[in-house]
Design a protein around this ligand. Structure first.
Ligand code: ADP
Ligand code: MG
Length: 393
C-alpha cells in the first residue's frame, strides 16, 4: 500500500489521536452489535502495546451538532474496556479544558474515549476552530474510520492537515487494500445488490455503478423508488420527488436492462414488530399497504443471477430484516451470496448487522465497515478521508 500506516511512526510516549468508527447500533442503553468495536481492536491494541497514550475519537448516530445523551459513547467505552481487559476512561466531551486535563493524566499504554464528536457542529463542518481544539489533545493522528472516509470532517481531514498528515490504522489499511483489488480488475459477471433505506445517499452512485456492473439487483426502499419511477404503484411508501427524478435518470441510462427490480412483494399496512406480512404476487400494490420485503419469485430470479456471478458487492438489506415477517428476502439473498464461489464483499451498518444476525460473516471475503464509503470507493471517487492519509516516502 502507498499510504503510511501506524507501523511507520514511533508511538512510545506520544499522545496518539485515533479516529475510529465506533458508530455501533445501541439498544436499551447498551451496545447491540459490537462488530465495529471488535474491528477496531487490532489498531487500538497495537498503539497501547507500543506505549502510546491513546485518545480515541468517534461519532455515533446523527446528533447534528447537539448534545443528545442517548447518543453518548459511554456504552462503547464500557464494552471496549471489557474487550481490551483494561479500563477505557470515558471523557465528558471531546474538547475543552476538562478533557485536556484528563488527557494530560494519561500514562503510556492508557486509553481514553472522547465523547461523540458530532455533538459539536464543527465536526461535520470541518470548522478550523474546532479542529484547533482537537489538535491540542494529541501529537499524531491515526485514521481507522473507513466508514467516514467519504466525508471531509474535522476529526479525519481537518485534523490531518493541522497535525501534518495522518497514518492509516490496520482496519483502514485492510479496507483500502481489499477494495482496491476488488475494483481495479473485478471478474465478471459483476453483480451489485443494492437495498436499504438511505436512498438519498445511495441513489447518486447508481449511474456510475451501471458502468462497472453487469447487473444491479434492487431491494428495500431503494427498489420502491425505482418501481415508482418506472410507473408502478408502490402503495403507502413515501417517496420524495427529487429521488424519483434521479431514479428515472438511472433507468433511462440503463439501456441494457442491468437494473433488476422486484416482481413480487411482502407488504403490510404499517411497519411494526407484530405487523403480519401479506404476500402480493404482482408488481403493483394497493394504496393501503407498503412493500417491506421482496417476494419469493424475486428471490428466485435474483438467486439465478447471483449463481453466475464472479464478483458480488452487497449494500443495503432487501427488506426490514429486523422484523421476522420481513426478513425472508434478506436472509435468502445473504445466504445465496455467502454460498457463492464469487469474490464477495458486503458493506453498510445494517447490512453487516443482517449478515451477523444470520451467522454468515465467515462466508464473505470482505466485510467493509463503510456503506456509503465503500459505494463511493467502488464508484472510483476520491475519498477525502483517504486522500488526507500521508503517502509513503
Ligand atoms: P446500510 O446501513 O446497510 O447501508 P441503510 O442504512 O440504507 O443500509 O438501510 C437499512 C435499513 O433499511 C434497515 O434498517 C431496514 O429495516 C430498512 N429497510 C429495508 N427495506 C425496507 C423497506 N422496504 N421499507 C422501509 N425500510 C426498509
Ligand atoms: Mg444504515
Amino acid at each position: 500500500m502507498k499510504k503510511k500506516t501506524v507501523k511507520d511512526v514511533a508511538l512510545k510516549g506520544k499522545r496518539v489521536l485515533l479516529r475510529a468508527d465506533l458508530n455501533v447500533p445501541l439498544s436499551d442503553g447498551g451496545v447491540e452489535d459490537d462488530t465495529r468495536i471488535r474491528e477496531s481492536l487490532p489498531t487500538i491494541k497495537y498503539i497501547l502495546d507500543e506505549g502510546g497514550r491513546l485518545i480515541i475519537m468517534s461519532h455515533l448516530g446523527r446528533p447534528k451538532g447537539e448534545v443528545k445523551p442517548e447518543l453518548s459513547l459511554a456504552p462503547v467505552a464500557e464494552r471496549l474496556g471489557e474487550l481490551l481487559g483494561q479500563e477505557v476512561v470515558m471523557a465528558p466531551d471531546c474538547v475543552g479544558a476538562e478533557v485536556k486535563a484528563l488527557v494530560d493524566q494519561l500514562t503510556d499504554g492508557q486509553a481514553i474515549l472522547l465523547e461523540n464528536t458530532r455533538f459539536h457542529a464543527g465536526e461535520s463542518k470541518n470548522d478550523p476552530a474546532f479542529v484547533a481544539q482537537l489538535a491540542e489533545l494529541g501529537d499524531i493522528l491515526v485514521n481507522d474510520a473507513f466508514g467516514t472516509a467519504h466525508r471531509a470532517h474535522a476529526s479525519n481531514v481537518g485534523l490531518a492537515e493541522v497535525l501534518g498528515g495522518s497514518v492509516a490504522g490496520f482496519l483502514m489499511e485492510k479496507e483500502i487494500e481489499y477494495l482496491t483489488r476488488a475494483t481495479e480488475s473485478p471478474k465478471h459477471p459483476y453483480v451489485i445488490v443494492l437495498g436499504g433505506a438511505k436512498v438519498s445517499t445511495k441513489i447518486g452512485v447508481v449511474d456510475n455503478l451501471l458502468k462497472l456492473a453487469d447487473n444491479i439487483l434492487m431491494g428495500g426502499l431503494m427498489a420502491n423508488v425505482y418501481l415508482s419511477a418506472a410507473g408502478h404503484k408502490v402503495g403507502k411508501s413515501k417517496i420524495e420527488p427529487d429521488l424519483l427524478e434521479s431514479a428515472r435518470r438511472g433507468l433511462s441510462q440503463d439501456l441494457d436492462g442491468k437494473i433488476k427490480l422486484p416482481v413480487d412483494h411482502i407488504a403490510a399496512e404499517e411497519l411494526s414488530a407484530d405487523a403480519k406480512g401479506e404476500y402480493f404476487p404482482q408488481l403493483d400494490l394497493p394504496e393501503e399497504v407498503m412493500a417491506l420485503d421482496i417476494g419469493p419469485r424475486t428471490v428466485e430470479s435474483y438467486k439465478s443471477i447471483l449463481a453466475d456471478a464472479q464478483t458480488i458487492f452487497w449494500n443495503g438489506p432487501l427488506g426490514v430484516f429486523e422484523y421476522e415477517s420481513f426478513s425472508g428476502g434478506t436472509r435468502a439473498i445473504a445466504t445465496a451470496i455467502a454460498e457463492s464461489s464469487a469474490t464477495t464483499i458486503a458493506g453498510g451498518g445494517e447490512t453487516v448487522a443482517a449478515i451477523n444476525k444470520f451467522g454468515l460473516a465467515r462466508n464473505f471475503d470482505h466485510i467493509s465497515t463503510g456503506g456509503g464509503a465503500s459505494l463511493e470507493f467502488l464508484e472510483g471517487k476520491e475519498l477525502p478521508g483517504i486522500t488526507s492519509i500521508s503517502e509513503k516516502e
